[in-house]
Design a protein around this ligand. Structure first.
Ligand code: PMP
Length: 287
C-alpha cells in the first residue's frame, strides 16, 4: 500500500510530498508539531493534543491555518487513507515560506503537514524486562513547554541512547535534577511507595500521556506527588518509567549500567500501563 500525506490542502503520495526550501521549518526549525496515538483506527486523546497544539501556536505567535473541526477531519482522513489501525498520526505546522530572515515574515501563512502510520506493538520483552535508559545533560532551551520541531538536543540525546543500546535518554539539569526523557516524561516510585513526576513548567513538555496517567493514578487512589526529583533519587527509586503517546508507560529497569531496584519492572508501572491501555481501548471502542 502506498502512503499518503496531507500537505497544505492536498492528499499526495508520501514519496512526492514536498515543502519549499524557504519554509521556515526547514530554515529555522520555526514550527510546532503533535503526535497522537491511534488505536483501532481512532485517535486517542485528540482533544488534549489539539488543546496543546493551540497553546504551542499561541506561544509562538502562529496562526491556526484552519478550524479545529477541519483539522480533526484531515487527521481522521489521513488515518483512513493510510489504513492505520494501531500507530500514530503526526501533525506539523510551520510559520510558512518566506525569504530567509530571522525575524518573522509580515504576512506568514502557516504551512501544515499531516502523516499517519502503523506502528509495531512493543516487543513483549520490553514490557516484561523493562528498558535501559542512559543519563544525558539537558542542553535544551528555556521553553521546553512548547512542542517545537526544533529538536536537535533531543536528537543528540536519543542518539547517545541508541549508541549505548538504550531505549531512552533521561535528561538532567545542571543541579542534578531530572527534567524528562528525550521524547517522554520521567516518573519514579520512591522507596516509600510514592508516585512522583515533575510539575509542568517551561522546563518540560506537559505530556498528554502524563496527564492521563496522573488522572488514572488519582482515580486508583495511589499516593502521588507532583515535584521535581534528582537523578540520585531516580537511581535509588523502587521503580522508574517513562510516558509518551508512543511508549504509553514503559518501565525503566536500568539506568546507565546499574539496575533500578531489583532490575525488574515495578508493579505500579505495570499497573498504570495496563490501565492506560484500557483507557485507549475504551476510547477506541467508544469512538
Ligand atoms: N517530553 C518530550 C520532550 C517529548 O518529546 C514527548 C513526546 N512528544 C513527551 C514528553 C511526552 O508527551 P506525550 O505524552 O504528549 O506524547
Amino acid at each position: 500500500m502506498s502512503r499518503i500525506a496531507y500537505v497544505n490542502g492536498r492528499y499526495v503520495p508520501h514519496a512526492q510530498a514536498r515543502v519549499h526550501i524557504d519554509d521556515r521549518g526547514y530554515q529555522f526549525g520555526d514550527g510546532i508539531y503533535e503526535v497522537c496515538a491511534v488505536r483501532g483506527g481512532h485517535m486517542i486523546d485528540n482533544g488534549p493534543h489539539l488543546d496543546r497544539l493551540e497553546r504551542s501556536l499561541r506561544e509562538m505567535a502562529m496562526a491556526m491555518p484552519m478550524s479545529r473541526a477541519a483539522l480533526e477531519c484531515v487527521m481522521r482522513e489521513t488515518i483512513r487513507r493510510n489504513l492505520v489501525r494501531d500507530g500514530i498520526v503526526y501533525l506539523q505546522m510551520t510559520r510558512g515560506v518566506a525569504p530567509r530572515d530571522h525575524a518573522f515574515p509580515k504576512h506568514p501563512k502557516t504551512q501544515i503537514v499531516v502523516t499517519a502510520r502503523n506502528a509495531k506493538p512493543h516487543a513483549a520483552a520490553m514490557v516484561e524486562d523493562g528498558v535501559k535508559a542512559i543519563v544525558q545533560p539537558d542542553i535544551r532551551w528555556g521553553r521546553c513547554d512548547i512542542k517545537t520541531i526544533s529538536l536537535l538536543p533531543n536528537c543528540i540525546a536519543k542518539q547517545a541512547a541508541r549508541v549505548a543500546g538504550a531505549y531512552e535518554a533521561i535528561l538532567v539539569d545542571e543541579n542534578g535534577v531530572v527534567t524528562e526523557g528525550s521524547s517522554s516524561n520521567a516518573w519514579i516510585v520512591t522507596q516509600d511507595g510514592k508516585l512522583v513526576t515533575r510539575p509542568p513548567s517551561n522546563d518540560i513538555l506537559n505530556g498528554i500521556t502524563r496527564l492521563e496517567i496522573i488522572r488514572i493514578a488519582k482515580a486508583l487512589g495511589l499516593a502521588f506527588e507532583e515535584r521535581a526529583f534528582t537523578l540520585d533519587e531516580m537511581r535509588r527509586a523502587r521503580e522508574a518509567f517513562v510516558t509518551s503517546a508512543s511508549s504509553f508507560a514503559m518501565p525503566v529497569t536500568q539506568l546507565d549500567e546499574a539496575p533500578i531496584a531489583n532490575g525488574k519492572p515495578g508493579t505500579l508501572a505495570l499497573r498504570l500501563r495496563a490501565a492506560y491501555l484500557a483507557h485507549m481501548d475504551q476510547q477506541a471502542g467508544a469512538a
